[in-house]
Design a protein around this ligand. Structure first.
Ligand code: APR
Length: 232
């Protein structure tokens, strides 16, 4: 069971040039969630939803991991199975930094899913409503991301890890969206120490034993070096 569970959010990818959701000028200031990130909207207007995710997929593919992603990959290499990385992000920057198997609880931009038969495959650069599913042929292909109202992935495994870990660290998330926003309380309830690394206090800061504020590219490597110097 992992001793250290790390949760990341959009803030860890901000310095790689990818927009966050709720900061000034963020994605939810540019688009209404109900217009681009719900199954109902996809059913009514798939082209609009695909356009939103095609633009984010192109941006994510052009982005590079920053020192925060790289530091977490170093920590994972040092701790091995004692480390679990859970991300709310749908970009592939943790993998690009060397993370072996981050749990994408909200799915991934570089994966496609068939809404008819649930087959999933590597997403093309751009997706369109008429794209046929490679398995069943239905024109029902969608981004393999978790929309509002849908169930996040890996929740059983995450719950078991939060029940057993010694340390829970939340990085670059506003603590506004559940179930991820509740992980800190779940971990604390089970006796884990809790640490928030964020640009500024999040909505859940009060639930953490310790909070360090600053840009992830600075405070995450500093924290990882501390952990490694103390023997991991
Ligand atoms: N370094 C560290 N933290 C940062 C940085 C940075 N350079 N820039 C921004 N942040 C912090 C902000 O202060 C904010 O608390 O990152 C957080 C980003 O919050 P959100 O934009 O709400 O993103 P996130 O918490 O990941 O959203 C959770 O909401 O809309 C859904 O599915 C979407 O996964 C997303 C979920």
């Amino acid at each position: 069971m992992p001793r250290v569970v790390v949760l990341t959010g959009a803030g860890i990818s901000a310095e790689s040039g990818l927009g966050t959701f709720r900061d000034a000028g963020g994605l939810w200031a540019q688009h209404r969630i109900e217009d681009v990130a719900t199954p109902e909207r996809f059913a009514r207007d798939p082209a609009r939803v695909h356009a939103f995710y095609n633009a984010r997929r192109a941006q994510a593919r052009a982005a590079r991991p920053n020192p925060a992603h790289l530091a977490l990959a170093r920590l994972e290499a040092a701790l091995g199975a004692a480390f679990l990385l859970v991300t709310q992000n749908v970009d592939g920057l943790h993998e690009a930094a060397g993370a072996r198997n981050p749990r994408h609880m909200h799915g991934a931009l570089d994966r496609a899913l068939c809404a008819a038969c649930a087959h999933d495959w590597d997403a093309p650069e751009a997706m369109a409503p008429e794209d046929p599913c490679p398995a069943c042929g239905a024109p029902a292909t969608r981004p393999d991301v978790v929309w509002f109202g849908e169930i996040p992935h890996h929740m059983d495994e995450i719950g078991r890890a939060l029940a057993a870990c010694d340390l829970f660290v939340s990085i670059g998330t506003s603590g506004e969206v559940y179930p991820a926003a509740g992980f800190v309380q779940e971990a604390a309830l089970n006796g884990a120490r809790t640490l928030e690394l964020n640009l500024e206090p999040s909505a859940g800061s009060a639930f953490f034993d310790e909070a360090r504020h600053g840009p992830a590219s600075r405070i995450v490597p500093a924290w990882v070096e501390e952990v490694l110097a103390a023997g991991g």
